[in-house]
Design a protein around this ligand. Structure first.
Ligand code: ACO
Length: 326
């Protein structure tokens, strides 16, 4: 059977850099607090005209270029996002228009920070059904529009950006996606929310203003994130008869350096096999894994034949893993 392979990666981040020193002027915080609690030193924030669909389109163009394909070669565009330009139309449709991908279907996936791995898993099943297809899978977020810039407990954590991959089927060797796992626990939804703008709370409802922004119980999110990511990672490795030491690279959702470090220790993976770029971009939700993936490819950290484990966790709660041979 054909395996799903990634044949091109791309990314796009806004040019505006907001450092921890910049945030010190906006809220009661310090570079030291942000760095030790999260590992973040700076993040990219959009300026006028840089919409989610613009970032997604530019990341997609770069992935197409890397794959040596044209937009007309694409049969499906899947965008993982929790910050679309607007509820309707989808970001995927705007990307389809921007690219002129006239043969493509297009839809968005909502699985918060796990969204890219959910989207990649869906694309994997499409490829299994028809390995000739070429599918664009994009994670793209403008979280700065949904962050309360007066709330120091959240505004220091997030950033904007987009990453994209092109997938297709391959019969060659054992390269490609080996196994995927999707999980969710909606009973914990209230620990991480963005309530405003949904249909439950119309514009004239009495929902407090702060509920129109991302709200979270940081400690509970932290606890659940480490537990869930460890369990899905161990389940994935066990299913394939592998140990952490067999991996060549671990790319996790870049939410917090302490979560990544915890997972690294539990999986017994040496530090040099864990990809980290949270210090540059903060938490970019669904964009964080494809952003990291593109950087890992372009800097030579990820090489053909490498065993790569990707693990994510986010609001919902959702969590997921994808294991692949690069
Ligand atoms: N600067 C300075 N002080 C702050 C800041 C800030 N930016 N934010 C909070 N504090 C204060 C708090 O008010 C509190 O003060 P108090 O003790 O006087 O009340 C103190 O710092 C400790 O606050 P905690 O919330 O207990 O700090 P904690 O050690 O839990 O770290 C953090 C907070 C970084 C959010 C942590 O809980 C965490 O990483 N959680 C994971 C959540 C996460 O990564 N969410 C991202 C979205 S979900 C996802 O992507 C997985």
């Amino acid at each position: 059977m054909a395996q799903t392979v990634i044949i091109g990666t791309g990314s796009k981040v806004p040019s505006r850099v907001v450092t921890n020193a910049d945030l010190e002027k906006m809220v009661d915080t310090t570079d030291e607090w942000i760095t030790t609690r999260s590992g973040i030193k700076e993040r990219r924030i959009v300026t006028a005209g840089e919409t989610n669909s613009y970032l997604a389109t530019e990341a997609a163009r770069r992935a197409l270029e890397a794959a040596d394909l044209t937009p007309q070669d694409i049969s499906l565009i899947i965008v993982a996002t929790m910050t679309p330009d607007m509820p309707m139309p989808s970001v995927a449709c705007l990307v389809q228009k921007n690219l002129g991908a006239i043969q493509a279907g297009a839809f968005d996936i909502s699985a918060t920070c796990s969204g890219f791995l959910y989207a990649l898993t869906v694309a994997d099943r499409f490829i299994k059904a028809d390995p000739r297809q070429k599918i664009l899978v994009i994670g793209s977020e403008v979280l700065s529009a949904k962050v309360n810039w007066q709330d120091r407990t959240t505004c220091v954590l997030f950033g904007d950006g987009a990453g994209a991959v092109v997938v297709t089927g391959s019969q060659e060797g054992d390269r490609g996606i080996l196994t995927t796992h999707l999980r969710a626990d909606g009973s914990l939804w209230e620990l991480l929310t963005l309530k405003g703008c949904g249909s439950r709370y119309p514009i004239d409802s009495d929902l407090p203003r702060e509920e129109f922004f991302i709200r979270m119980n940081g400690r509970e999110v932290f606890k659940n994130a480490v537990r869930a990511m460890e369990s899905v990672a161990l389940e994935t490795l066990a299913e394939m008869g592998l140990k952490g030491e067999d991996l060549d690279l671990l790319i996790t959702h870049q939410a917090n350096i302490r979560i990544i470090e915890f997972l690294r220790e539990r999986l017994a993976i040496p530090a040099e096999k864990v990809f980290i770029n949270i210090h540059k971009y903060g938490n970019t939700s669904a964009a964080s894994i494809p952003l990291a993936l593109d950087e890992a490819v372009r800097t030579g950290r990820l090489k053909e034949g490498d065993l790569l484990l990707m693990v994510a966790f986010g609001g919902g709660f959702t969590w997921a893993s994808v294991l692949m041979k690069w």
